[in-house]
Design a protein around this ligand. Structure first.
Ligand code: HEM
Length: 60
């Protein structure tokens, strides 16, 4: 699958997403993957990918 939408910086600009928002998001995403028993390798890949986007999303 290829994402062809707006990039993450443009999509989240002006939303004032904070460090605290970010942490809650990661905790929920992590708990969801654990609950669904996502295999460790995929889990690690998703977390690494998501973290690579943090600077484009967190601005407050
Ligand atoms: C890696 C993490 C994230 C990804 C991949 C992601 C991805 C996206 C995408 C693809 C959109 C739609 C963009 C568009 O309409 O063109 C979006 C919108 C949005 N995101 Fe994120 N997001 C992430 C994290 C967050 C976080 C941490 C927050 C706030 C806690 C957040 C809040 C929002 C909000 C409020 C919208 C607009 C929703 C709407 O108006 O319908 N996002 N995000």
């Amino acid at each position: 699958m290829y994402y062809t939408g707006r990039d993450m910086k443009v999509s989240h600009k002006g939303m004032n997403v904070s460090e605290s928002d970010w942490s809650l998001f990661l905790e929920h995403a992590s708990a969801t993957m654990k609950e669904l028993q996502v295999p460790q390798q995929e889990y690690d890949d998703v977390v690494a990918f998501v973290l690579s986007l943090k600077d484009d999303i967190v601005e407050a």
